[in-house]
Design a protein around this ligand. Structure first.
Ligand code: SAM
Length: 286
């Protein structure tokens, strides 16, 4: 068993280092011994693979990743955790900790420098205050990874993994589906963390697509998706008019050309529907 998921061991490490949890940095550390091995195995961490981890904390997941992958690079913002990680990862020579804010990093450069010749995956128990920005950065930067396996709040997992065109879908569902095929892997109870958060969590895997499923002018596509869901209870004609700053007659013409009923709702539209609107807005198919 990974000794780092034992509460006694964690308390001892944290007290010896005088460490106190930072709520602002989303520090809820895993203490359920079954979660990290399962997550690491499902992430694709294996021989011939390099893993980018975000937010290693005291290294409980990192440990599992190091046992499976050729190399692990873990990006941790809180420099107070660096001496802790030096201790908890001391037995591994295939691990590097980078002290940085993941949102500020040039991840393509990091991957090129650290993972030459390896397939790459991402595996992380994400700090929940930046779940969407991190996921969108990983996808929008088009880092060369096969899959992104992350722990997120249960509600975020359900939203991201909802089928496009279902009531549970949102702008993030459509945006993620443009880059990847999301999959909900398993649920994790709030009691699996120290300190326990108020909400349950889930592990999801984004299987990164080699090609987007629709051909679009991307800036217009994401503009349309954002505008369409900006007022999700309204019909598409009204939400697009408000979100795109276009008058109703122009939006009505746009929807006619894209063959989308003006009274449809964003949550009922498919990727092809959003692509049709975006391409008409951009002045025809790309
Ligand atoms: N992986 C550990 C675990 O599962 O027990 C810790 C996960 S904890 C939910 C999130 C971690 O992300 C913390 O260690 C926190 O310090 C780190 N973190 C927060 N914001 C960050 C950022 N912008 N860049 C990198 N790491 C960050």
């Amino acid at each position: 068993m990974n000794r780092l998921s034992d509460i006694g061991t964690i308390r001892d490490i944290l007290s010896r280092h005088g460490f106190t949890f930072s709520k602002a940095l989303g520090q809820n550390f895993l203490v359920n011994p079954s979660v990290c091995p399962r997550m690491a195995a499902l992430s694709g961490a294996a021989e011939g693979v390099g893993v980018l981890e975000i937010g290693p904390g005291i290294g409980v997941l990192t440990n599992e990743l190091c046992q499976r992958a050729d190399k692990v690079v873990a990006v941790e913002l809180d420099k107070r955790l660096l001496p802790v990680l030096s201790e908890t990862l001391a037995e591994y020579d295939n691990c590097k900790v980078v002290n940085a804010d993941v949102l500020e990093l040039n991840l393509n450069q990091l991957i090129a420098e650290e993972f030459s010749g390896l397939d790459v995956v991402v595996c992380a128990n994400l700090p929940y205050y930046i779940t969407s920005p991190v996921i969108m950065k990983l996808l929008e930067d088009r880092i060369p990874v096969k899959a992104i396996t992350v722990m997120v709040q249960k509600e975020a997992a359900q939203r991201i993994c909802a089928p496009v065109g279902s009531r549970e879908s949102g702008a993030v569902t459509v945006s993620v589906n443009y880059y990847a095929v999301p999959e909900l892997l398993f649920h994790v109870s709030a009691g699996s963390f120290m300190p326990a958060p108020k909400v349950d969590s889930a592990v999801i895997r984004l299987n990164v697509r080699s090609q987007p499923p629709v051909q679009v002018e991307e800036a217009q596509f994401f503009r349309v998706v954002k505008a369409a869901f900006s007022q999700r209870r309204k019909v598409i004609a009204n939400s697009l008019s408000a979100g795109l700053g276009m008058d109703k007659a122009a939006v009505s013409e746009l929807l006619d050309r894209a063959e989308i009923p003006a009274n449809a709702r964003a949550e009922k539209l498919s990727l092809d529907d959003f692509a049709a609107i975006a391409n008409e807005l951009a002045g025809g198919a790309p």
